[in-house]
Design a protein around this ligand. Structure first.
Ligand SMILES: Nc1ncnc2c1ncn2[C@@H]1O[C@H](COP(=O)(O)OP(=O)(O)O)[C@@H](O)[C@H]1O
Ligand SMILES: [Mg+2]
Length: 380
């Protein structure tokens, strides 16, 4: 006797044999029963059309709540992620604290408790709805489906065209960064948000211009052989740029927490070479990155190639002065974030020089810029 036969036999023993009018019709076959219909419990017994309608409403509500819980968990996770990235930003200002970054990745016990509660309720509801379905009653089955449809329609509100699948990973001062599936790959979506202090029309125009400029510089660099994220598409209507998600490490984290890099001069020299060559290529096509920091440089996991990201402040200029300021910004970032990195930065400049013919003028400008800071020369 198999499992199903055993259950049916057991049920017949309990109910089938009795002629009690209070008994439940327990069929494991599809039915449209409106009487003697028991829903999971013996006390939830439908004996009239009115009570059947009420029961269907309750089941619709339960199925809707299931979708609501899924939505609530997602919302809650996003909230934690946003507060985590804000925490991270505050932390950036204090480099001593960076060493404890991995702890900040963990969520608090209360947050984990709330997540667990939502998840457990979701599991309970899903099993409960499955048991409702197991009554094989057409009315109840339709109610579960209607509830799921209503819940999904109401709660799965779309996030910037990528539906519920977009996950916020960073909220900066200028832009939000999401990851989302894009065809068969993972993409990064960078969404610039509006500045409320600006006139809306002006703001829309300026934001669209910025987005276009960022995408253009990104594309220009990639075309000239610099490893940057692949540009998937740009939407100036909602100020988003969709690009390749780089699987790898941020150079800043590498230099702070990877012992291999901290202690090994050879590794540092290898990295300096990659950075120097990449910068030479960027400047050779007259792109000024505008925000060269170790947070905007990454190392691709697959082939250890250096990737330049975040062209949010980039522009095109052939002036040696602008290129010198670009290098100066990187120097400042290196020296303020990474102690004892003078030698590494000097190596970067050496490789930059070797790989860029027009670098002489830029490096002498850099000496000038160092003396006066990044402000533009007021003479000439
Ligand atoms: N293409 C990408 N692949 C992987 N991570 C990315 C990518 N673009 C951005 N990020 C992550 O998001 C962070 C912020 O993105 P970024 O473009 O630098 O914006 P912001 O202007 O806020 O600095 C980066 O430091 C990096 O961790
Ligand atoms: Mg950045």
């Amino acid at each position: 006797m198999n499992y199903q036969q055993f259950i049916i036999k057991a049920m017949n023993y309990d109910h089938g044999g009795s002629h009690d009018s209070d008994a439940c019709n327990m069929q494991m076959l599809f039915n449209w029963d409106t009487e003697k219909l028991c829903i999971i419990f013996t006390w939830w017994r439908v004996n009239s059309i009115g009570f059947l309608i009420l029961s269907c409403f309750i089941i619709i509500l339960l199925a809707t709540s299931f979708e609501f819980l899924r939505f609530a968990l997602r919302k809650y996770d996003t909230k934690i992620q946003v507060s985590y990235s804000q925490l991270q930003e505050g932390r950036d200002a204090n480099s001593e604290e960076v060493a404890t970054q991995s702890n900040a990745n963990r969520i608090t016990y209360v947050q984990q408790l709330v997540r667990t509660l939502i998840h457990t309720s979701q599991v309970f509801l899903s099993f409960f709805l499955m048991l409702v379905f197991m009554t094989y009653n057409g009315f109840l089955m339709i109610s579960v489906i209607i509830g799921a449809a209503i819940g999904y329609f109401v709660f799965s509100s779309s996030v910037i065209d990528f539906g519920e699948s977009a996950i916020l990973i960073k909220q900066g001062a200028e832009a939000r960064i999401y990851t989302a599936p894009f065809l068969t790959r993972t993409a990064i979506i960078k969404e610039r948000f509006s500045k409320t202090y600006r006139h809306p029309t002006l703001d829309k125009k300026l934001t669209a211009r910025r987005v276009t400029q960022e995408a253009r510089c990104l594309f220009k660099c990639r075309k000239s052989g610099v490893d940057t994220p692949v540009l998937y598409f740009v939407n100036t209507e909602n100020s988003t740029i969709c690009m390749e998600f780089i699987q790898g490490m941020i150079i800043k984290d590498l230099l702070i927490s990877d012992n291999e890099y901290i202690q090994n001069k050879e590794k540092q020299d290898e990295l300096a070479e990659k950075i120097g060559i990449a910068l030479a290529k960027v400047h050779a096509v007259d792109v000024i990155h505008g925000d060269l920091t170790t947070s905007n440089l990454m190392l691709r996991e697959s082939n250890q190639s250096l990737v330049i990201i975040d062209f949010g402040l980039s522009y095109v200029s052939s002036l040696p002065e602008d290129k010198a300021v670009d290098l100066y910004v990187l120097e400042k970032a290196f020296l303020s974030t990474h102690p004892n990195s003078e030698e590494m930065f000097a190596n970067i400049l050496e490789y930059y020089q070797k790989n860029y013919k027009a670098s002489q003028g830029i490096l002498s400008k850099l000496a000038e810029v160092r003396l006066r800071g990044r402000k533009r020369s007021m003479v000439g």
